[in-house]
Structure formats: C-alpha cells, structure tokens
Design a protein. Structure first.
Length: 542
C-alpha cells in the first residue's frame, strides 16, 4: 500500500469513526430526556406518593394558558405593527429597531425581569420619582407583581420575534395582487384585510407557536412576578416536587404540561409542512416608502409603549449598575462593579458558564446535524420523514424544570456533566431546525451527483453536506450557547454542589435583593451571550 493510499485509508476510517461517534452522541441525547422523563412520571404507577387533587390542578392549568395567551396577544399587538414599519417604511433609528431581534435570543429573561424591577418595582425609578414628587407614602404603580405584570414582561420581551418574522415575510410577499387591487379602486384598508393579511397569516402563525411556548414554559418571570395564590404548571411542578408526598401530583402536572406542549408543536409542524416558501419580490422591496407625518403620529403610542416597557427596562439595568445610594441620594459609582468583579464566586461561575455552554453548543450542533442527515436521507419516504420530524419535537415539549427534576429523580445529585447532558437534550432540536433549513437549500443536482460520486455516505457528509450547511452549523453553535448560558432553571433545579453558573449567580443576587449587583452580573451575562451569538453570525457571513 502506497503512502497516498494509506493516507486515504486513514482519512476514510477517521470519517467513519466520526460519523459513528455522532450517532452515539445523538442516541445518548435522545435517551437523556426519554429515560429521565419516564422516571419523572413513574410515581403515577406507584403507591405511597400521595393522592392527586384534580380540583387544585384546574386553576394552575387555567392560569398557565391564560397568561401565555395574553402574553402572546400583547406580543402580536406590538409585533405586527412594528413589523410593518420595519419592512415597509424608512425612518430614523430603523436599524436600532431591527437590532431588537437579538434581545429574546441573547438576553436572558431573568435580565429583562431585573430591568422591570429596576423601573417598575416598589422602589423602582418610576415609583421613587413619583413618591418624591408628590410626597406619597405608598408606590403608585403595583401592577408588576400580578398577572398583568407577568403578561407585560413576557409580551414585550418576545415581541421582537413576532416583529422580525412579520417583517421578513412582508418584504417577500408578491406585490402583483395588491397592485391589481389598487387599479380596481380598492382602499388600502381593504387591501390589507383581504390580501396582505392572508399572505402574512402563515408567517404570523409560525411566529406565534414559539412565543406561546416560551410563555407557557415561563419559570423565572412567573417566580418573580406571579401573584400570591396563583401559579403556572411550571412553577407548581418545581414547588410540589420538594414534597415527597406530592410526587404523584408533580408527575400528573409534568405529564399534562408535556402533552399540551407536544400537541401544540404537532400542530405547528403540520402548519409548517403545508406552508410553502414565498417568492422574493424585488419590486416590493424597492418600493419601501418614507414615514409620513400622519403615520408618525399614528405610531406615537407604539413608540411610547416600546420605549417605556422595552427600552427603559433594558437601559435601567446598565444605569443601575453604575449607581449607589448614599444618604438617600443616588450617585454615580463603580462600587457595584468592584463588588462583582472581586467576588469569589463570580469568576468561577463565569468560567463554569463558558465551559458548560460551549460544550452544550458543540454537542447540540453535532446532534442537530446528525439528525438532519438521517432525516434528509429518508426525505422520500413521507411517512417516515414526518414521524422522524415529530421525534425532534419531543424535547421541545419538555420544560427545563421537568427535565431537571427528572434527572434528580434518576441520579439524585447533579453535576457539571449532568447539566451539559440535560441542556443538550433540550437544545439540540433548535440546532436541528437551523441546520436542516440549510439542507433544504442544497441543489438537487449537487445532492444527486454527490451521492453517485462519493464512495460511501461518510465521504458524502464531509465533502457535500458539511460545506453546504456550515452557515447553519455556525449559527446553531452560537444560538445553543446563548440558550445554555441564559438558562437559570436547570442549574437551580439540579442543585449542584460547589457549582454555579452566571445565570444562577444573577438569580441568587436578585433573590437576596442585591438588585444593583445582579444588574451588573446580568450585563456581563448578556454581553457574553451577545458576543458569542454575534461571533457565530460573523463567521457565518465570512
């Protein structure tokens, strides 16, 4: 065997070994949510874990759906008009508005919650200002610790997802039908409700499902702002799991929550399969108009709401981290940052976050790419294709709290590797969706010729699939890193000894009413998420 043949043989063996390892990692990740979840619902089939109080379940289920639906409606109310202005009008600060799209992806919900505490809390900026101005003994605004507080925080936190999806679709819809309607004398309002809205409906529906699920599984925001006596299934699962006599109740709640989420995702998957990509319209994009005075006046309420309930809470986190209270007066100070940067647990939690999130991002991307290869290979078998795609929805229907409790039931004590495995089990479907979207862009002739010319499927993967899907691979690494780093639920539920992530560090500071310190730590966490997310985007662009 010549040297060239030896190199080729060793390269082929390495490729096959890599493919085998990827399949093993995917199998472990799938088992990592199947076995623990089965363990979590096992008290249903055993005695000695208490009785199930179905009457107490109904208010929790009702409240969960109510707050999720109201939050979604608020996101739609703000997101759809914002999507119109972003897609169809030129105006100052348009790029600033478009940058909001990164907030739900890179800014942890806990950070947004801290911003609301800083602005609208009992001792927040607005209440403090009004109490000093009018000599009030009680804060005038108390809505934040109620159902509407939860709805407002979640609705404004998620509206950029609706806005971006609607804007992208609005930029792509075919303008010929609207032009024909204008020639026939139809008014702009009639054109919107009879043509434009129909064209945007699939995009709006697709954006609604993820936003609804984010609100449905909301944990930290409900923990911080939920009213007394009312709670969601997610928070109820966490609280009832502490009592051994309530494990059967916990199992019922986990099963109901998962089945509800999975049903919604099945509907979303069916809707997505029926939706065909919209053809790009150059004429429509070229005809973006300048914002008129009337439109600006009509948009003022929207601008005011976004500034008050979105921009100010985020900005207040930054401002609060550089202030201190001395003799009743607020002064500029670096005291908070000095405290955070010199804290013994900060550096450790920062390094733990980088390590766990990096490994989670890598493993999730490997699983997502491997599953994409399996799905793409069976694309011609429609029944098998649809069944496999539904499998990828299962982890998305299980919340981080349920996953964390499932691992605790199974292995008793959490650790670094448990955290990474649990986060990988939850996040790889998000990597799969980003990577598989790139698979769909591979030209049919390239795919067919690659299959014919490649000696085996592993060569085809490394020579064709990876080069053509590298954009999705890079995006998924950054996205899953941000999801992992921002998650405080799993580290909290796993109760790992001598191990703390930055998100958990922020949560504990906020829980002990060190809001300035938690704001400073939250800025570092947000900056880390945005940096990695933007780095993956830059690498993808190159």
């Amino acid at each position: 065997m010549t040297g060239r043949e030896k190199n080729f043989h060793s390269s082929s063996v390495l490729k096959k070994t890599s493919v085998f390892l990827c399949l093993v990692i995917l199998a472990i990740s799938i088992c990592a949510f199947v076995f623990p979840f089965c363990k979590a619902i096992s008290p249903l089939f055993k005695s000695g874990y208490g009785a199930v109080d179905f009457k107490s379940l109904l208010p929790k289920i009702s409240y969960t759906f109510r707050q999720a639906i109201l939050s979604l409606l608020l996101s739609l109310l703000i997101g759809v008009p914002s999507g119109f202005f972003l897609a169809r009008r030129n105006f100052p600060f348009r790029n600033f508005l478009s940058s909001f799209a990164a907030v739900p992806l890179a800014v942890p919900p806990l950070i947004m919650a801290l911003g609301y505490v800083s602005v609208f809390g009992f001792s927040g900026l607005i209440n403090s200002f009004l109490m000093n101005l009018f000599s009030l003994s009680q804060p005038p605004f108390k809505f934040i610790y109620s159902l509407w507080g939860v709805v407002i925080v979640q609705g404004f936190y998620n509206f950029p997802l609706i806005m971006t999806t609607v804007a992208d679709s609005w930029n792509s819809i075919d303008a010929s039908q609207k032009e024909a309607a204008r020639l026939l004398g139809a008014s702009e309002i009639k054109i919107f409700f009879t043509i434009t809205l129909h064209q945007l409906l699939s995009a709006i529906s697709s954006a609604c499902i993820p936003v609804f699920l984010y609100c449905f599984f909301s944990f930290m925001i409900v923990m911080m702002f939920g009213p007394l006596g009312k709670t969601t299934m997610e928070v109820a699962i966490y609280t009832s799991a502490r009592n051994v006599l309530a494990l059967k109740q916990t199992a019922v709640l986990a099963l109901i929550e998962t089945l509800c989420a999975y049903t919604i995702l099945i509907f979303y998957n069916a809707l997505e399969n029926k939706t065909s990509p919209v053809k790009h319209s150059v004429a429509l994009k070229a005809r973006r108009k300048n914002l008129t005075v009337k439109e600006f006046i009509a948009a003022l309420p929207l601008i005011f709401l976004v500034l008050i309930f979105f921009v100010f809470p985020l900005a207040s986190i930054f401002i609060q981290s550089f202030t201190d209270k001395v003799s009743g007066k607020i002064i500029f100070s670096f005291k908070t940052w000095k405290y955070i940067l010199t804290a013994k647990t900060f550096l450790k939690s920062f390094l733990n976050t980088i390590a766990s999130a990096s490994l989670t991002g890598l493993l999730s991307t490997i699983c997502g790419f491997t599953f994409s290869c399996i799905l793409w290979k069976n694309a011609r078998n429609k029944k098998l294709f649809f069944a496999l795609k539904n499998i990828s929805l299962l982890p998305m229907s299980i919340s981080s709290v349920v996953t964390g409790l499932s691992f605790i039931y199974l292995i008793k004590k959490g650790n670094f590797f448990t955290l990474v495995l649990a986060q990988t089990a939850l996040t790889w479907p998000f990597a799969f969706r980003q990577i598989f979207s790139q698979f769909k862009k591979i030209p049919a002739e390239v795919y067919e010729s690659g299959i014919l010319l490649s000696k085996n499927y592993s060569d085809f993967i490394f020579n064709i699939l990876i080069p053509y899907t590298k954009n999705g691979i890079l995006s998924s690494i950054g996205f899953c890193f941000a999801l992992s780093a921002a998650d405080a639920s799993l580290p909290l539920v796993l109760s790992m000894r001598n191990f703390e992530t930055l998100s958990l560090f922020v949560y504990r500071l906020a829980g002990s009413f060190h809001f300035r310190e938690s704001s400073a730590a939250g800025i570092i966490l947000t900056a880390l998420c945005i940096f990695v997310f933007r780095l993956s985007v830059k690498l993808k662009e190159k």
